[in-house]
Design a protein around this ligand. Structure first.
Ligand SMILES: C[S@@+](CC[C@H](N)C(=O)[O-])C[C@H]1O[C@@H](n2cnc3c(N)ncnc32)[C@H](O)[C@@H]1O
Length: 325
């Protein structure tokens, strides 16, 4: 038995400056085209909807990454010698088990740090994993990885993972900023494993974000529910349609909420009245698709050295392994 409690959870979201949060939302709504910060998809309901989306036949990315991880996890663990896995945007940590299993097989597994904005899921995963892996310590961090990375507990030989295409949900400048801050938090010789969805045919890409049972639509609209607790607005969810299209110039899927009618929405918290025309769209998510070169360039820019590139037989998903020199 370890002398330490197997589960520790730190919550940092309450430390956010409400004025800065309001300003970020306000600025996005006033941009052309209008946009909202993607992280507001994720309260506990948003995380659950995302888990259900991952089970859909048309949503191939999760299945593909999981299968790929199964084939490469032993190689990743052998190359990195990691004792600790820090996972940013850990969600339900389903695929994470593949890496934890490989670490457990070599008796290296000591510590797991799930880091996510969704508190419920961090707590759930922490308790599940200590029950599944003997001797494992879990130190969960509930926070925004664009603001709270310095709260990652310091430790031994680490592998930091960003799986599930999470990096592709960030605009290029935010992704670059995230990679640089990860690099600053890592010790020399630590490794980073980044999952990226690869560019493939448009029909397959768009089908993944336009399921017939409406789960992706519900996930998209969930942002409006989450925003109620942040800026106090009761949006009419029926007044918005879900839209997802591939933007080939930016090689990304763009998810939007389209106003089905003209709307005038007073938002006193933002000192703003939002006028939406019929058909006007608000950008809620991007999901960038990559090639190997597009994935490795920002890693190198942030100071990492790429050490391995893994892909599935159909070239739908990539995993870039890089090292901090
Ligand atoms: C696309 S899901 C991927 C989940 C999981 N890694 C997977 O592969 O299935 C993105 C995850 O990142 C989390 N997330 C999104 N933005 C975040 C942020 N700014 N800080 C921390 N977590 C964030 C979400 O709560 C969600 O669990």
């Amino acid at each position: 038995m370890s002398e330490h409690a197997p589960v520790t959870i730190d919550v940092h979201l309450n430390n956010q400056d409400p004025a800065a949060i309001r300003e970020e939302i306000r600025a996005g709504l006033l941009e052309t085209p209008r946009r909202l910060p993607t992280r507001y998809f994720y309260d506990d309901r948003g995380s659950e909807l995302f888990e259900q989306i991952c089970e859909l036949p048309t949503y191939y990315p999760t299945r593909t990454e999981h299968a790929l991880l199964k084939t490469v996890a032993d190689d990743v663990v052998a190359r990195t010698g990691a004792e600790e896995l820090v996972e940013l945007g850990s969600g339900a940590a389903t695929k994470t088990r593949t890496l934890l299993d490989a670490m457990a097989r070599t008796k290296q597994l000591k510590f797991y740090v799930p880091f996510d904005v969704s508190e419920g899921i961090v707590r759930r995963v922490a308790h599940e994993l200590v029950a599944e892996y003997e001797g494992l310590q879990v130190h969960g961090v509930v926070g925004d990885f664009l603001a709270h990375l310095e709260h990652i507990p310091q430790g031994g030989k680490r592998l930091v993972g960003i799986l599930g295409g999470t990096i592709g949900n960030l605009r290029p400048e935010s992704a670059a900023e995230l990679l640089s801050s990860i690099e600053r938090e890592m010790a020399s010789g630590d490794f980073l494993l980044v999952g990226v969805q690869l560019i493939t045919d448009t029909d397959r890409l768009e089908a993944a974000y336009n399921d017939s049972v409406g789960l992706t639509a519900a996930f998209n609209k969930n942002m409006l529910r989450v925003l109620k607790s942040v800026i106090g607005v009761d949006f009419d969810l029926d007044a918005f349609d879900h839209v997802a299209r591939f933007n080939s110039a930016e090689h990304r899927i763009e998810m939007r909420l389209r106003s089905v009618r003209e709307q005038v929405i007073p938002i006193p918290d933002l000192e703003l009245t939002l006028h939406l025309k019929e058909g006007e769209e608000i950008l809620t998510e991007i999901s960038t698709k990559y090639t190997r070169a597009l994935a490795e360039a920002p890693l190198m820019q942030a100071g990492f050295t790429p050490v391995a590139w893994y892909t599935d037989p159909d070239h739908l998903h990539g995993l870039a392994l890089a090292r901090k020199p």
